[in-house]
Design a protein around this ligand. Structure first.
Ligand code: F6R
Length: 609
């Protein structure tokens, strides 16, 4: 999982490439490099971040064509020799993805006297491209690249340069994102539009099995049979400011604070509290099909999977639809029993998670209809699923998902009400209550945000602890899972999210006076039960931090710290509690001086298995 960029035009390439790579660092940040055409190909690379790369590139480096890469190691350690670009004589290549048959290709190329300098899978692409161009008579970069990708198994977004064809930048894509930025007298290629948004908002998304050429004033796209593809550019509606920090110390804090707006944008134009209806015109499921549905399978990873657990509870309650939640990486290698009448719901903020994409393809092969819930317009999942329900949260740069998680919850509520109304499970009055509740969420989140000092104080108090537990029941169980995931991800504190009723089946043995327990205890039909669980851990001397309703004074008797949320509809409270836990993690990580936006070993978009 890496970020690639390419630039061809009339400006100096180095500053543009470095700036673009900084925007893509969320995709990986263990090593980086660039190649620029400067009469010949000049390459600089380093194990480290973009700022380290900047330091090794000569300040006066000339050249208006170049490619660059920011890496998240898959094959070969994060060392300079494994950083991209990879070279083969006068050919230079950057790649995002995994070449599954690279060992076989490597052996063949070694037999042809190619010398490998890295442990990466990518280096085979450079040598193979060179071989195809020089020895197999594919005279030009484009033909050479076409021949090369036909031999690759796996996933790739590639940008390539050849010193003999200085006015060209070639690209190819399969199963890894690639988008072209259309400029004036200059063009861009990148893993994500944020890389070049400062320069252009006109973009062309490249599909799988397409290759092409950029020149300063033209863009050509072909399929692998050499047939030219014509595709209009689309206009990106958000601007770079939306992708920058806007005065916050970290992207994560900015994104937490954006939630009143991101949620509002996600439900805008879809809810009618007068009629008790949700309008989801983007769904291509006919009412008859919805009524006939027997089962739904939610497929997702990480935070999106946590959202999926909440999805299960509300689909079952509001739509009367039996729902399973599957971890995408497990689902794709299991033997699901599907007959084609099930609905698959893929939740993925990036729309590029390799395991989720593969799992959706697998469920589609059984004939199941699919809905994708994603935040990224034009991402790969939007082309895999039958229907797409967008969360309109805006770009999320912090590696830890925050605003996209709560937007996913809102999308799931809307979908559950929509399905439930058609299936006759949820009444108009119940739907009205929920819709009113959803519309109140932005204001209620703002109230939670206004209490951030109290959350900060609590975070600082326990920031030196080694282990944390998060417990919740029913809809608060996924909140506990997500609270624990956030804390471990950005503060490196070991944290477990548990269904509170499960504690006594093992984990209670770990509770001591050194283990803070966060109990999500908003009011609802399991409130009394969570109070019992709180008493169980208190009896083992744990310090208990409760997330509870504003008007709940009873809870104060049993716990050490109460973090409050405005009272809301029982089903919707998870959105508010999640914001509290995001802030708790954020301030804990801040107190520990952790790398909040780019936690160690993690990357934003997991486009490899
Ligand atoms: C955690 C986090 C990850 C992602 C997971 C799936 O904060 O962001 O756990 O949720 O990698 O990513 P998407 O939703 O893009 O499929």
């Amino acid at each position: 999982m890496c970020g690639i960029v390419g630039y061809i035009g009339d400006a100096q390439a180095v500053p543009i490439l470095l700036e673009s790579l900084k925007m893509l660092e969320y995709r990986g940040y263990d090593s980086a490099g660039v190649t620029v055409f400067n009469g010949k190909l000049e390459t600089y690379k380093i194990a480290g971040r973009i700022k380290d790369l900047e330091a090794v590139i000569p300040w006066n480096m000339q050249g208006s064509t170049g490619i660059g890469h920011t890496r998240w190691a898959t094959h070969g350690k994060p060392e300079t020799r494994n950083a991209h670009p990879h070279l083969s004589s006068d050919v230079s290549v950057v790649h995002n993805g995994i070449i599954e048959n690279y060992m076989e290709l490597k052996e063949r190329l070694i037999g042809l006297d190619y010398e490998f300098k890295s442990d990466t899978d990518t280096e085979v692409i450079a040598h193979l491209l060179h071989f195809n161009m020089k020895c197999r008579g594919q005279k030009c970069l484009l033909d050479g690249l076409a021949e090369t990708v036909k031999e690759l198994k796996g996933s790739y977004a590639i940008a390539a340069l050849c010193a003999e064809e200085p006015g060209l930048l070639a690209f190819a894509r399969k199963d890894s994102p690639l988008v072209i930025g259309v400029g004036k007298g200059s063009n861009y290629a990148a893993s994500d539009v944020t890389a070049f948004l400062k320069h252009t908002k006109e973009v062309i998304y490249i599909n799988d099995n397409e290759i092409g050429l950029l020149k300063p004033d033209s863009i050509e796209i072909f399929d692998l049979e050499g047939k030219q593809v014509s595709r209009n550019a689309e206009i990106i509606e958000w601007d770079l400011e939306a992708a920058e920090k806007a005065g916050y110390e970290h992207f994560m804090l900015k994104e937490i604070h954006e939630q009143p707006t991101s949620i509002q944008n996600t439900f805008a134009g879809k809810l009618s509290e007068l009629e008790g209806t949700v309008t989801l015109e983007e769904l291509y499921l006919k009412p008859d099909e919805i009524k006939r549905l027997k089962r739904a399978t939610i497929i997702a990873c990480g935070t999106s999977w946590n959202a999926g657990i909440l999805g299960k509870y509300i689909f079952e309650k509001l739509a009367g639809l039996h729902t399973d939640v599957e971890t995408a990486s497990e689902f794709r290698y299991s033997n699901p029993v599907l007959c084609g009448e099930e609905l698959t719901i893929a939740i993925t903020q990036s729309g590029e998670t390799a395991d989720t994409l593969a799992a959706v393809r697998s469920s589609s092969s059984y004939g199941c209809r699919s809905i994708a819930i994603t935040n990224v317009v034009g991402s790969t999942i939007t082309r895999e699923a039958d229907s797409v329900l967008y969360t309109r949260a805006g770009p999320e740069i912090g590696v830890a998902a925050t605003k996209t998680f709560t937007a996913q919850l809102v999308a799931l509520y809307m979908l559950a009400i929509y399905l439930g109304r058609i299936r006759g499970v949820v009444s108009a009055n119940e739907a009205k209550d929920l819709i009113v509740g959803i519309k109140r969420l932005p204001g209620q989140i703002q109230k939670v945000l206004n209490r951030k000092d109290a959350i900060n104080e609590c975070a600082v108090q326990f920031a030196d602890k080694r282990d944390y537990f998060f417990i919740g029941r029913y809809l608060n169980y996924p909140v506990a899972l997500e609270g624990a995931l956030k804390l471990k991800e950005i503060s490196y504190i070991h944290a477990e999210g548990y269904a509170a009723g499960e504690l006594k089946h093992g984990p209670l043995a770990l509770i001591t006076d050194e283990t803070p327990v966060v109990a999500i205890a908003t009011r609802g039909h399991t409130y009394e039960k969570i109070l019992s669980n709180i008493k169980e851990v208190k009896a083992r001397n744990a310090t208990v931090i409760a997330v509870a309703d504003d008007d709940d004074t009873e809870i104060d008797k049993y716990v050490d710290v109460v973090l409050r949320v405005p009272s809301s509809h029982e089903l919707l409270a998870p959105v508010l509690s999640s914001v509290v836990l995001q802030l708790l993690s954020y301030y804990t990580a801040l107190a520990k001086d952790c790398s909040i936006d780019k936690p160690r070993n993690l990357a934003k978009s997991v486009t490899v298995e």
